[in-house]
Every structure is written in C-alpha cells, then in structure tokens.
Design a protein around this ligand. Sequence first.
Ligand SMILES: [Zn+2]
Length: 107
Amino acid sequence: MANPRCANGNARRKLARRLRAEGRGCWICRAFGRPDEIDYSLPAGDPGAFEIDELVPVSKGGDPLDYANVDAAHRRCNQWRGNKSVAAVLGIASGEAMAMDGLPQPW
Ligand SMILES: [Zn+2]
C-alpha cells in the first residue's frame, strides 16, 4: 500500500539533506545583502533554523518536491516571506537598498 504522505515526507527529507550537504545559505538574506549563513545545527522551530523554501509557493502551484523549485531559508525569513513571489522579494530588497542609499549619512 503506497502512502503518498509518507513518500512525500521521504522526498522532502532527501531534498533537505541535499541542501544541507551543499551548505546552502539563505536566499532571502542574500537578496537583502545580509550574511546568509545558516546554522544547520539549530533545532526546527528556532527562528534561525534551516527550512526548505519553495520558490513558487505550493499555494501557487509550485512543486515542493522539485529540487529546482526549492532553496534554503532561515525560518524567520521564510515566515516573513509568506506567499510573496521571488520577484516581489527581490523588488522589496532592491527598494530597501535604494531607500537606504537615499538616507542622509550619519557623518
Ligand atoms: Zn535569512
């Protein structure tokens, strides 16, 4: 008896292992120009812990088991992102960079 939930769980764990083995950094932090290092030893649920992030969210038809559709993210970044598209995240990130460019310098 095939149990699709179980099969998906295995496939997700495999994807997680692959990203972890690559030592992937957080793509959202990278977009914002922040240090992207993920401490893979943090327990699940920690804001800094590794999570698999679907680039095209499952709610928008993305495949959570496709290696090409996933990247690594911190839990807190993943939660901040929610259902925003990759383009929206990159737009916010570049807008933030521009806003910071426009700020008066402190010296
Ligand atoms: Zn991050």
